[in-house]
Design a binder for this molecule. Structure first.
Ligand SMILES: [Zn+2]
Ligand SMILES: [Zn+2]
Ligand SMILES: [Zn+2]
Length: 587
């Protein structure tokens, strides 16, 4: 235990001496012992069963604020919130493999594989390969002792330790293809998307049926997480599961596919797709296409135990990202690159990303001018808004669509606005060139006669490298899943909140609190009062409470899991040894 400074000690004594200490501790618990809670100030108003208005205010809470969890998923930002996210991620992934959380248990019989997709090599880096016996081997032994054009030896006979800072560093930084590496990371999302299109194509071919016939029989569901390697390249860990295709009206049901669509067919089709697929690099970055690296680790998931292990393995990666490769957590500006607290290898990645961004902007075509769609005005804004909208349409001869409250629709050009008997704040009647006359009091909305053009799709080929320079060029999410894979984070969160709610109701004796918990409508008015703990002592207390909670969870889990995960992580790392570029494996 580290010695406490006098200031911290003073803060702790002060907090402990306050009469609202239990309320403070309850807030910490309520926020999951968040390390940087959002502080809110305000009131919640409800009407209880007897028609009484009850107000709960933060004024009666410790320091006059309510502490809400920050909800960040990254361990490096807030460990307790990330832990909660990891648990949700675990349940979300495991549900898609074994059932539960609204997914039927029969899902465990569906063919499923787990695979790791790797990046190609962009230069020789220091690694820590594992031998078949699990023992680390020499980094880059080469009998011919080659030397690069810059006079650097491209061999390394050292057996690196697990935390060796040189792991993932290029042997010759000038030979390392940074532009290629950044471009590959940047195109990874597209390459994955293309792969998911290729898999059914390859499956249809293997099964000897057309693609549309296949679509009517099976669907592939995915969940994937991204892992940053020490060398700065991103790998994808992917779960793929085969389901029976269901008609739209039964789309939320999950059934096993017909017997001939088995795990072998799934595995072979994915291998075919990985071998053949390629994706074009972002607009303005040239004509090249990117492909997957040669090393693909694929395993069939047969037993329930295997499936649980894999879910745990993936959930762990979901709370990490750039920091795995020694990168920054936040977006960075071009003038901050040279002073950023990162190693030189990472800095060169960032510098290259900004250089490529400049190049891409010079070469990319200017976006076409998009005409703004005319607005739809609803009557509940104000009758005057309808009148102004109609006058506008009249002056530009724009055809409009006038919908009445009873859903009668008139379309045409506005001829004039007439005066009539006053109804609901307005005396105006609109006359269209179709002859229709509608009192403005009856109008629900006025909009363009033509349906507005669909919202302009985001340009998927825009590399947007400046925004993801801190992320080594990768602009995807850390954890993604296809829609039908399993439940959602939102559903898991809501279930948890409902449970907390129930617990609160069961235990609370405070009338206002109970009224708030049971009320059907609550009016909350909160203002933002800051982020983080107010004093170092508060932060210390939250951290200790988090550590205690973590320890309890660990003890509860330990017996059941017993090191399975660590063994699995080692095995996968061993199989992809070289391509992982010596990812540090202590995690
Ligand atoms: Zn937090
Ligand atoms: Zn080495
Ligand atoms: Zn060189």
């Amino acid at each position: 235990m580290t010695a406490l400074g006098p200031e911290l000690l003073q803060g702790l004594v002060e907090r402990a001496g306050r009469s609202d200490l239990p309320a403070f501790e309850a807030q910490l618990r309520g926020s999951g012992n968040c390390a940087r809670p959002i502080r809110l100030r305000g009131t919640v108003t409800v009407c209880d069963g007897h028609g009484h208005r009850r107000v709960w205010t933060t004024d009666t809470e410790p320091d006059g604020v309510l502490r809400k969890a920050c909800g960040n998923r990254r361990e490096a930002v807030c460990a307790p919130c990330a832990e909660r996210y990891r648990q949700d991620a675990y349940h979300l992934i495991a549900a898609g493999l074994r059932g539960g959380k609204g997914v039927p248990d029969t899902i465990s019989g569906h063919p499923a594989v787990f695979l790791t997709l790797t990046a190609p090599s962009f230069g020789v880096v220091h690694t820590r390969p594992l031998g078949p016996d699990g023992q680390p081997r020499r980094c880059r032994p080469r009998r011919d002792d080659p030397v690069c054009p810059h006079g650097v030896r491209l061999s390394c006979g050292v057996i690196h330790g697990e935390g060796d800072p040189c792991l993932g560093e290029p042997l010759c930084p000038r030979c390392f293809d940074y532009a290629g590496a950044v471009t590959w990371n940047n195109t990874l999302g597209a390459l994955w998307r293309y792969t998911t299109i290729y898999v059914p194509r390859c499956m249809a071919e293997r099964a000897g049926i057309t693609q549309s016939a296949l679509r009517e029989q099976v669907r592939v569901a995915y969940a994937k997480v991204a892992e940053y390697q020490r060398r700065g390249l991103v790998h994808l860990h992917v779960l793929a599961r085969l389901d029976r295709a269901m008609p739209d009206y039964r789309a939320d049901e999950l059934h096993a596919p017909e017997g001939r669509f088995d795990v072998e067919l799934l595995e072979r089709s994915i291998r075919d797709a990985i071998e053949t697929v390629s994706a074009p690099v972002g607009r303005g970055l040239g004509q090249a296409r990117v492909r997957w690296g040669d090393q693909v680790d694929m395993r069939r998931l047969q037993t329930g135990e295997q499936r649980a292990e894999i879910a745990g393995y993936l959930a762990k990666y979901a709370t990490k990202s750039t920091e795995q490769a020694g990168g920054l957590l936040h977006r960075i500006a071009p003038d901050e690159v040279e002073t950023a607290p990162v190693r030189e290898h990472v800095r060169t990645f960032m510098r290259t990303a900004f250089e490529l961004d400049t190049t891409a902007k010079q070469h990319a075509p200017r976006p076409a001018h998009v005409k703004r769609p005319t607005v739809n005005v609803e009557s509940d804004w104000h009758p005057a808004a309808l009148a102004i909208r109609l006058q506008d349409a009249m002056s530009t001869r724009e055809p409009v669509r006038v919908r009445e409250h009873d859903n009668t629709v008139h379309t045409g050009r506005v001829v004039r606005l007439l005066a009539a008997a006053e109804r609901r704040d307005t005396t105006l009647v609109v006359e269209l060139d179709s002859g229709a006359r509608v009192h403005l009091a009856d109008v629900a909305s006025v909009g363009p006669a033509e349906r507005p053009a669909p919202r302009l799709q985001r340009d998927r080929r825009d590399p947007r490298l400046a925004r993801c320079a801190h992320a080594f060029g990768y602009r995807g999410h850390c954890l993604t899943k296809s829609r039908r894979y399993s439940t959602t984070f939102k559903a898991l969160r809501e279930a948890r909140e409902a449970y907390v709610h129930e617990q609160l109701l069961a235990r609370s004796t405070d009338a206002t609190q109970r009224a708030i918990a049971t009320a059907e409508t609550r009016t909350a008015a909160f203002e933002f009062a800051g982020v983080g703990h107010v004093t170092a002592a508060d932060a210390f207390l939250a951290a200790s409470a988090a550590a205690r909670a973590r320890e309890q969870r660990r003890l509860a889990r330990e017996a059941a899991r017993d090191g399975l995960m660590a063994g699995l992580a080692d095995e996968i790392a061993g199989r992809c040894g070289d391509a992982r570029g010596g990812a540090d494996r202590g995690r």
